[in-house]
Structure formats: C-alpha cells, structure tokens
Write a protein that binds this ligand. Structure first.
Ligand code: SUG
Length: 415
C-alpha cells in the first residue's frame, strides 16, 4: 500500500559551521563556530524515532564520503586554495535530504511509477558535488524498476535544489495529486537557487499531467529575507497548505489556482501581522514536518526554536484552539542542524511509495535506530572547529566513522 515515507539524512561525522551558504542567514551567522557532530547526529535519530513512534514509515540516507577527494582533485586544490572551497569538500550538507531529489509519486506520473530526479545543487559549490553520491544511493534504495524511475540531474545551466521547492497536494497520499513547483527569479541580494526551467524539466521527465502541475514564483522579499528555499516559508500535506503570507510573489493568484486545481484544498496562511517574515525565518515555523499519522490527527513537527519565539508559539496555540485542519504540534530539538539553516523539513525527503518496494536496508526500525545511536556515540567526533578542516587525523576519524555506520547497516557497497 502507498504511504508517505520520510527519508532523513543521518548527520555526517564532518558536520561543521564553515558558513558556506550565502543567503542562508543561520549558516552565515554561525560561520566559524564549533559544531558538535555527535550531538547533531543523535538529535537527528531522535527526530526519526519520534516519527516512528507516531506510527509513520521512516527511512534514512547515509552520509556521503567526506572529505570528498574527487572534489579536491576537480578544483586542483593546493595550499593556496581558498579555504571556503577546501571546506566544501568536508561539508555534511547531504544531511538535508529535502535537497537530494524531487519526487513524483506513482499516482501522478504517466507510467505509473514513482519518479525521482537527483538535484544538481549547482548554486552552492559545497553542495554541487553531492549529486553523484546521492544518485548512487537513490539507485540502490529505489532499485526496483517496476516501481521506481531514478533520473540523473537536470543540465547544470538550470539550478535545481530538489524537493525543498516542491510541494504536493492530494486528497490523501495515495491519490493523484497536484504538484507545486516553486522557483525564484535572480536579481535580489541573495541567489535564487531554484530556476523555473529546472522545475519544468523535472515535471516533463516525470511524465506529469500539465493539468495537475503549477509553477509558482517565490516572492523576492522572502528570498531577500533569508528564505533560500521555499520550504523555509511554506509546507503542504494532503489538502493543507501551511504558508506565510509573504511566501509567494502573488499569493492571491497562487491560492486561487490551488483551490481551482485541487478541490478541497485548505490554505492556512500566517499573516505578517501575527508572525513577521524575519521571525518565521528565525524560528523555522514553516520548515516543519506536516504529517498525517495513522490516527489521522495532522501533526506539525516544529523545531524547538518555535517554542522560544513568543509570537510564533502564541500563533501555534491559537491555531490549535481554533479547531483547524492541523490538530497537533510536536516539538523536536535539531539545534545543531538549525544552526546551519536546516530544520525538521530540510532533514527529510518525502517519498510516497509502498515501503515493501524500497530496499529494506534504508528503512528504519527501533532496533536499527539503537544500532545507529551506538555507532554514532562511539565514532562521531564530539566537536569540530572549522579551523580543523583539512587535518589528516580528522579525515581519518570521519572516514572510519562513516565506514562503521555502513558496516552496521549492511551498506558497505556505498563505501
Ligand atoms: O543548502 N546549509 C544548507 C541548508 C539546507 C536546508 N535545506 C532546506 N531548506 N531544505 C544550504 O544552505 C550550510 C553549510 C555551511 O555553511 O557550511 C548549508 O549548506
């Protein structure tokens, strides 16, 4: 049976704050700070366990090989190379699997298979070299070609950041859906990372019905305020779109098109008067997981930063009291990821599929979560100062830690 499976990226042992993402305010603010990879990875596993406890199907992807020797060779790195480029080889940014790929589930596609296109992530140098290793992992997890089609990246002239700029609305996850592709226009102070043509290429490749696709321009104001991906200001689940008033260039036209194309759609809009764009981006209110557990009570999984912001928390309490479509709010601590601009929604890729068709090595169980915690506890560095990046001893620790995880998950072929 089709279900929404959330594939979280396990935070890699090289997790650090090198400040590489222009336009991502949390990442640039924390540049140079000490990171705690072990705590970061354990926070991620705890989040996954929370979703398992809700009765949801949960999968995961493993960290990519770091430092990436292929990237260092490609840029002909030497002792004079810019430290930001060198740090790019060490980034654990593949943890944010919302940027791994764009996914169109089987009910939406012409051939009735679930299509996945790996994201090229070309805008940020440190993320531009993720896709080959991500693709290898997708090909393994979704190897069953009767049910999945895994595509390579769109041409690099079109920036593609994957599911972070893609939403899907449907009566339920297994029903045909409306796919929403959100793109930015260049010209503002920060890069517009998702290009319209990349989204259009993905939709054509996936065999989507044009009558069930919408291309939506992200508001320039949101990008300039630090919403470097649409999932920082909007999230959808089934028939609900939860969005900030300033997420889209033309909100009224966007809502009208959605309600016309997806009968029963409900827009839960948070006005600027209740939560400013700056507060929304600081708290990551919209970078929440909006989930439908088996008991049917739609649940918004927010980062703990939301609890600490009076207007955000106040708005959430009023929402719960108001008897709207979102029935529950759950709080998770993913502070280590948040400090690099990655909230609960960034850490997961949603794939609507029959869990039985996925390579079971990528599906989480309680026992596997415990095994992961043991490996992380024993092998992940406790802390990393960005000045340590480049040290051979740290490289060895990072490689050994990843190898230990692959070993326990029976995924050594990704070594
Ligand atoms: O691409 N941060 C990531 C955060 C990605 C969040 N994902 C979603 N919104 N879906 C990025 O900006 C910071 C790494 C550094 O600066 O070292 C970083 O890559």
């Amino acid at each position: 049976m089709l279900a929404e499976i959330n594939f979280d990226g396990i935070v890699g042992p090289s997790h650090n704050y090198a400040g590489l993402s222009l336009g991502n305010l949390a990442a640039t603010k924390n540049a140079g700070g000490t990171s705690y990879p072990r705590a970061a990875a354990l926070q991620g596993v705890a989040k996954m366990r929370g979703n398992l406890a809700l009765g949801l199907a949960q999968g995961f992807f493993v960290p990519l090989p770091r430092p990436n020797a292929g990237w260092l060779t490609a840029i002909a790195a030497d002792s004079g190379t810019d430290t930001a480029l060198l740090a790019g080889a060490w980034s654990a940014s593949s943890m944010w699997t919302a940027n791994a790929a764009t996914v169109s589930p089987a009910p939406d596609t012409a051939d009735g298979r679930c299509h996945l296109s790996v994201a090229n992530l070309v805008t940020m140098p440190h993320r531009s070299h993720e896709w080959p290793d991500t693709l290898a992992q997708l090909k393994l997890a979704f190897a069953d070609s009767a049910h999945f089609a895994v595509h390579g990246p769109v041409p690099p002239c079109f920036g593609d950041e994957g599911a972070a700029n893609h939403m899907r609305m449907a009566a339920n996850h297994g029903a045909p859906g409306l796919e929403l592709f959100v793109y930015g226009k260049v010209g503002g102070p920060f890069p517009a990372r998702q290009h319209e043509q990349a989204s259009r290429v993905v939709a054509r490749r996936h065999g989507l019905d044009p009558a069930r696709v919408l291309y939506i321009e992200q508001s320039a104001e949101a990008i300039a305020a630090g919403a470097f991906h649409n999932d920082v200001v909007a999230v959808a689940n089934e028939q609900v779109l939860f969005t900030h008033e300033c997420a889209f260039a033309d909100p009224a036209a966007t809502y009208a098109a959605i309600t016309a194309m997806c009968p029963g759609a409900l827009v839960v809009e948070v006005p600027t008067s209740a939560v400013s764009l700056a507060e929304a981006i600081r708290s990551y209110l919209f970078n929440a997981q909006l989930l439908t557990p088996p008991d049917g009570a739609m649940t918004l999984v927010v980062p703990s930063e939301c609890q600490e912001n009076a207007s955000v928390w106040g708005w959430l309490q009023a929402m719960l009291a108001g008897n709207g479509p979102i029935a529950r709010v759950a709080v998770v601590d993913v502070r280590q990821s948040m400090a690099n601009g990655g909230g609960p929604a960034c850490l997961r890729l949603r794939v609507v599929a029959d869990p039985a068709h996925v390579d079971q090595r990528f599906m989480l169980s309680e026992a596997k979560a415990e095994a992961m915690e043991r490996v992380i506890g024993q092998n992940w560095p406790e802390q990393i100062d960005p000045a340590d990046l480049g040290q051979e001893s740290l490289a060895q620790t990072v490689r050994k830690a990843r190898a230990a995880l692959l070993d326990v998950l029976d995924l050594a072929e990704l070594a």
